[in-house]
Design a protein around this ligand. Structure first.
Ligand code: ADP
Ligand code: TRP
Length: 333
């Protein structure tokens, strides 16, 4: 049976945090390990350029994201792992798709619409500070997805609309030029709830409430201590399913440990003690990847090499397909 192409892009806009790990990295690595899938995971660096416009920072984020995935076990032999900018075929297809995308579809894309709404609320011109990259972002994303004939696209909830746009563009192209692209399906992991941050809101770079995945041990301990809890006295029973600490604990501990912790909650355990246990399991789980992450960050050439290898593999698939697409639109070179 032919393997299903599973593809996802990871934007490089900051150092990854525990929310990214639980919500995106961990499930994607699990999927990549299953048989029946051919995984394509890439660093969406051209997508980051819409907001990250400092060369030093851009480079640091790209290496940081690449090193994180590799340190957490991504196998570049089994997964095609590349940097978007290393595959110029994506940009070429992006233009072709732009010409098949109604402008109205982009007006309705939520990132652009959100930015417009905010401008209007602040009594500014509706397009103030919005670059064309933000506006046509979903077309580049459609290109990422369609060039590799993706079947499944694992994403967070906020990206569902973008995958639907990719489907619309694909279907439109197929109608105009004949059957070319399979229609991609998004996959949202509902098993992992939204990971709360230090203040109890969704953990996010934008809220400054994150636990960086590879912070030093001391920092990790300090941050865990800062996670907000309520004032239930230590000896009183607590509901594990309504506790931020438990939600994170569950993702790092063994089945046995989780069952034990559940019991402790029900019979009464102090928050201080839960935090101590959480630190233990997280630190144990992250110790080795943290070490590998540092090693990779100290030798960016190693990262470059891995990404170049991935780009070779990606282009091997992309080149002939792009040629086929170009022939469909009437290019004969
Ligand atoms: P941030 O909100 O910090 O900017 P991104 O938007 O870059 O994070 O998210 C990258 C990936 O991580 C997405 O797939 C997103 O769904 C996932 N993710 C981010 N924050 C969380 C969270 N708190 N809980 C679960 N998943 C998350
Ligand atoms: N837009 C996605 C995000 O903000 C990143 C991304 C770019 C992506 N290209 C993609 C995700 C293709 C899935 C498939 O998180």
């Amino acid at each position: 049976m032919e393997k299903k192409v599973v593809l996802t892009g990871i934007k490089a806009t900051g150092r990854p945090h525990v929310g990214n790990y639980i919500g995106a990295i961990k499930p994607a690595l699990q999927l990549a390990g299953e048989t029946g899938y051919s995984p394509y995971y890439f660093i969406a660096d051209y997508h980051s350029l819409t907001t990250v416009q400092d060369a030093g920072q851009f480079k640091d984020y790209v290496y940081g994201i690449a090193a994180s995935w590799l340190a957490l076990g991504l196998d570049p032999e089994k997964t095609t792992f590349y940097r978007q900018a290393d595959v110029p075929e994506i940009m070429e297809l992006s233009w072709i798709l732009s010409c098949l995308t109604p402008k109205g579809l982009m007006n309705r894309a939520h990132a652009y619409k959100g930015a417009v709404d905010q401008n209007l609320q602040n009594n500014l011109d509706q397009d103030a500070g919005i670059n064309i990259g933000v506006y046509s972002y979903p077309i580049l994303m459609a290109s990422d997805i369609l060039l590799f004939q993706s079947d499944i696209v694992p994403v967070g909830k906020d990206q569902i609309q973008h995958v639907e746009i990719a489907r619309d563009i694909a279907a439109h192209f197929n109608r105009v030029f004949g059957e070319t692209f399979p229609l991609p399906q998004y996959k949202v992991d509902t098993a992992t709830a939204v990971v709360p941050g230090l203040d109890g809101r969704k953990m996010s770079k934008s809220y400054n409430n994150t636990i960086p995945l590879f912070c030093e041990e001391k920092e990790l301990k300090k941050l865990i201590k800062r996670i907000v809890t309520d004032s239930t006295p230590p000896q009183e029973p607590k509901d594990p399913d309504r506790s931020s600490l438990f939600l994170i604990y569950r993702e790092f501990a063994s089945e046995n440990e989780v069952a034990q912790m559940r019991n402790s909650y029900q019979s009464g355990i102090g928050w201080g003690e839960v935090k101590q246990e959480l630190f233990q399991v997280m630190n144990k789980h992250l110790e080795q990847p943290r070490h590998r992450y540092k090693e990779l960050m100290d030798t960016p050439r190693e990262i470059d090499e891995i990404l170049r290898y991935g780009a070779e593999k990606a282009r091997h698939k992309a080149r002939p397909f792009l040629k086929e697409i170009k022939e469909k639109i009437g290019y004969s070179g």
